[in-house]
Ligand binder design. Sequence first.
Ligand code: PLP
Length: 396
Amino acid sequence: MAVSGSVVGGTETASLLPVYRRPAHLFVAGRGCRLYTEDGTAYLDLTAGIGVNALGYGDATIAAALGEAIDAGIVHTSNLFRTRPGEALADALVGASFADRVFFCNSGAEANEAAIKFARRWAGAQGGAATHEMVALRGAFHGRLFGSLALTDRPGYRAPFEPLMPGAHFVEHDLAAAAAAVSRERTAAIFVEPVQGEGGIHPIPADLLRGLRELADRSDALLVFDEIQCGLGRTGHLFAYQASGVVPDILTLAKPLAGGLPMGAVLTSEPVAAPLQPGDHATTFGGGPLVAGVAHAVFRRVSDPDLLANVRARGAQIQATARRWVEEGRARQARGVGLMWGIELAGPAAPVVERARAAGVLVLTAGEKVLRLLPPLVIEEDELDEGLRVLGEAIA
Ligand SMILES: *Cc1c(COP(=O)(O)O)cnc(C)c1O
């Protein structure tokens, strides 16, 4: 039975599986960095759909790319056939990164599941089936499926679903700890988010990334960077790895990739791709002409040096304000880079999120005590000022 009240606000329909906890607001439109409810109330959005809406709402580039796909009349053909947008996007990703090959899928977790399979395929070809284990960092979030969840360090997300993929190990953000967990005989790959997102916004220091690169090389293991949240301009670099100069063997992308359409990608070096044969992995929807066309348009925009310069400038703006909050005792610590910030509070972050929302500003948490800011990459100085002012009051 339809619950008609649900479509005009009020409480959420009971027809949905209750795995999300959502406020009552019902958003019906978006423009720039703002979302609107039915009665026209505007909210400044510093969540960007959890880092997805890099270009904000109502972006003309995305609308044009959607229009082109609709005009062409093919949303989907399956991977039985060639289509142009996916090939062009793969060329663009290869041209702008370390990678030689690209595999498209439909979400972040799927990208990491594919990366796990590719790493196992590579390691199996090198060292045999025993070489299948994966090492991830404390605080890691790599997704909610059985392989990616095994590499996600959140007991509450894992426990109800165990047993997960075997052979997953977590280590502290410390090279000696990683070296103790990595073995030439058993380890296929080391998974790292160059800037941890869900775990509370922890940028991994460049020297640790360098150390992990050397450790992987020494141990005949692959280094996998999960840039699903921190990639595609979020840090002020097109790819987060470019800031450290540490080059992975595999890199996963998703969240902002297709402007809000579901899409993930796995970028690999040639040696990782070499053992993979037709039939080794596949997906019905992955890299279809509509999502790939939109993603290519988004990719051009997030590659734009002016946009990346805006991310760095706005990041400095957040840093300056957040530092003041720490000095004034309103926050314990501020961590981040570009437009990816975590403000650690003395107490729970959820009530601050609610107060900010009541004052018209949307922010995220990352764990219990961390406020997380992931604004659209196109946010302007005065909009961000406004958001930070409201947030500062909500913290006080
Ligand atoms: C969101 C996220 C994922 C999972 O992506 P989904 O599209 O939700 O499956 C994986 N890794 C990181 C770093 C993420 O932020």
